[in-house]
Design a protein around this ligand. Sequence first.
Ligand SMILES: Nc1ncnc2c1ncn2[C@@H]1O[C@H](COP(=O)(O)OP(=O)(O)OP(=O)(O)O)[C@@H](O)[C@H]1O
Length: 534
Amino acid sequence: MASLEDRISKPDNSQPEEKDTESSTGTNVNAAPFVPSGSTSWADETAEAATNSEPSAVNAKAEKEMSEMSQAQTDGASGPLGGSSGIYDPSYEVNVQLSDLQANPDDPLYSIKSFEELGLHENILKGIYQMRFTKPSKIQEKALPLLLRNPPTNMIGQSQSGTGKTAAFVLNLLSRLDYSPTMINTPQALVLAPSRELARQILGVIQIMGSFVQGLTAGLSIPTDVANRNREGLRVQIVVGTPGTTMDMIRRRQLVADHIKVLVLDEADNMLDQQGLGDQCIRVKLLLPKTIQVVLFSATFPDQVVEYASKFAPNANQITLRHEELTVEGIKQLYLDCPNEAAKYDALVRLYGLMTIGSSIIFVRTRETALRIERRMNEENHTVACLTGEYQGAQRDIIIDSFRSGQSKVLITTNVLSRGIDVQTVSLVVNYDLPDDGRGHTDPQTYLHRIGRTGRFGRVGVSVSLISGPRSYKMIKEISDYFGVEMESLPHGDWDQVEEIIKRVIKSSRAGSNFQTTNAVASSSANGTKDFSM
Ligand SMILES: Nc1ncnc2c1ncn2[C@@H]1O[C@H](COP(=O)(O)OP(=O)(O)OP(=O)(O)O)[C@@H](O)[C@H]1O
């Protein structure tokens, strides 16, 4: 067995899911499920919407509660997880910017249609209003008609980070379930995600979007404590889980998969590419009925995964992007050339004041580095939290929920949180170490997902990559080349200027390649490196 030391010094990028060999059941999000609205599936019921759409007494109460909640929560910080808005609410800026962006045909948030035109049930539309979404993003507008079409067709969908892929697949799920009383406890849809945090977040979105859907039940299949285990199994319509635990539960018949009709892999390239998860996802799929609709979503589909994804989701409708289209305009990408490794820590401490303007995530390569930096910063009175794969379920939930709610504002983590996590207040992402693929090669996809934790749905954000020495310089150059993106060098040593540059972006309503931070940004860094201008 690996010693603790071995375990914490391991890069976290290859094992987002906790290794919990025993299966565990999830939570039913609707402890008191809503009364089912009819005996047929909603997909067939649209014409009857007018008669079935009146909220029940239960729903009226839920509507009121959800309405209050929606004032503060439109991101992944859904009901039970605690909201993140309200601590730092950039809604004015975002509204102004959103209407501009959604009117710009070149922007990923652009769309010509309204949600009302997408053929969704009235009660699902109410969930969308609850989320305070006014118009669909490009991926939602393009994907939804294809996803909803009958007979169901597989889909491989790609769009930039933070552009609303979750809602696209959740709306499809909600539209496809059979809500008849006999099916209320029958698993009909399965969503797999690479981490427990992402699975919980997706469940939160289902819960809010589906809050007016009568009869909806959903739950989690993620590793959890023995005390929480429910021997009866997971008897809900939508199951969201991590692949290992889900596979275990299906095998033990704690999750009866006979009636599953939709399988979604979120962060699909990661789920199919990784040795462990890829294998588990294939096994899960083999345990499901042959006729399922397979939906794969991610911001990245590297070439080596595309072919394989097409086999996993045969004859899929595909919405894909080129590398050069992947970066989000709202994220200003900066790098700071540090004279040596020790100077990286000093830079982090210098940046701390900026990190707490909104919320920030610091990505490191190994658990050991995460713990070391956490300890040192806390000792020096810079309050930071840390979440890595080393922590167990309940502990991880407390840490991420505290970050979502704004109680903790700076989170040090590994690649375990590089994908999917949606906390709108994150305005700064620091790459303390640049991501590699574990075999010594630069990993541009993980870089993109990491920086995508900021700049969510039209918001602005900053990423700062700390580099030191020729290897990390080469890595940042490769990333810059891969995405065809301009990165600016921060002047090392002139902290006032660094602060001004970053503050200016965070506090602006625009960032990205068209946004000039300042003319004073050094065109060459301390080590004589040049800005990357592609
Ligand atoms: N049509 C919309 N209008 C306004 N906000 C939206 C809309 N669709 C999604 N959002 C919000 O945008 C944010 C990002 O959405 P989501 O997490 O689904 O992005 P994503 O594309 O899955 O990103 P990633 O690739 O990082 O996983 C969320 O806070 C979500 O509530």
